[in-house]
Structure formats: structure tokens, C-alpha cells
Design a protein around this ligand. Sequence first.
Ligand code: BTN
Length: 241
Amino acid sequence: MEIKRKYLKEVNSTNLYAKEHLVDTEDRTIIYTYKQTAGRGRLNRKWKYVGEDNIYASFVLKPSNRLEPVYANLTQYLSVVISRILEGYGLSPQIKWPNDVLINRKKIAGILSESIVRGEELAGIVLGVGINLNCAKEIFADIDKPATSLFLELGSFVDKEEFLEELYLNFFLYYDKFIRGGFPYIREEYIKRALFLNQMVKVAGSSEIIEGVAVDITQAGALVLKDNNNNEKTLWIGDIL
Ligand code: BTN
């Protein structure tokens, strides 16, 4: 498989760059940088720059010119792809709904997807990913949640270019099947790595914090919570606290 890539020496955010250059960027291109100065995270958070030996990349995807529900699950598909790669290193990653990848409850990868719609048409999807490959513990000192890197877990340096290639090839290996099959195609793979399933959780939604037992992940990738009165609530967006 040919890898379509674009390397930027320095950029504010690979997602922002990909959105700005969407029209002249080919479908299935990966845009990456060694220096990201204004990385963006989910729910309006920031993504810290943790050094040049880590991954800051955005996939540009143009699967069709109409928005389909399955595109919302691309982040979950990517979280499964990253987990599989990390398992190849002998690690046991877990996925925190909807798409954080953790090792021993510490975050190693974050994903941010943005769809660009013009009028009725979908211009493309920018699927951004940050992966901590080679950073030391001290760099996470000012981050409020536990984080780790592949280097910290393995005790050895990981080649960034090699990892990036592995990421690209693995992502596109089952991409077409996933687009056709939707979340059900990866549901089992996702659930077997899902952290907090059958546990009591607090989820920050768009306006409130909801508490309950995480009982299921639906066929559409949503999280089902059951409260003390056995009422079920299905969540599409949020952050497990
Ligand atoms: C999150 O966990 O909140 C998502 C983090 C996504 C970070 C990546 S790094 C490359 C791409 N460009 C950005 O500005 N953000 C994503």
C-alpha cells in the first residue's frame, strides 16, 4: 500500500492545517508534524506538545460527499487500531469511552475528529491523533490526568517514522470494511478492551454530570448507563471522569 503523507516542520495544529488545505489534499493522506504549537483536544481542551519524538497527525478522509452515521465512529475504529498496534509491543491497552487509549489507566493516545460540511455536502473528515511515544514522566507534570508514553511502558525508544507507517497501514487495512459494516464491525474488539464497563462511572455530558453503571456499548457505539432506579440512559458524547 502506498502511503500518502505530508510532513510539516512546524504547525499550529495538524487538524487545523488539514481543514484549511482540505480541497487540495487527497483522500487518505496523513498529515504530520514534529512540532505542534497549538494542539487541540476534545471538548475544547488543549493537546500539549510533548516533544518531537511523539505523534501529532491527522488523517484526511473523503469517504463520500454525504455525512453518514458511521463516520462518527471513526474515532472508535482508530482507538481499536492503536490498541492492536500497542498489543504488538506486548502491552495491554484499554479504551476509555469514547476513544481514549490508556495503559494501566494512564492516557497514551487521544483522538479528535472533525467533519467539514459545505452546504449539503461533506467536504471531508479530519481525524487527528496524538500518541505519546517517547516522552519522559516530567513532561506530564502539568497535565491534570494520568498520562504515559510507549517509552515509559517499554523502557526503550520507539522509532516515530516506523510507528507512523504501522499506524497508516493498519488503519487502512480494515478501513473499507469498517465504513461498510459500521460500528458493529468492531464492536466486539472495542468492548473487549473497554475500561469501566460494568462499573459505576460519572460522565460529564454537554451540560450535566450523569452517574450510573456503564452497562453496555450500543451497536452505534453509544454508552448506556443504568442509574440506581434501573433507568437506562444512552450517551453519545461525553467524558468519563
Ligand atoms: C483528546 O484526547 O482530547 C484528543 C487529542 C487529539 C490531539 C491530536 S494531535 C494531532 C491533531 N491535531 C490537533 O490539534 N489535535 C489532534
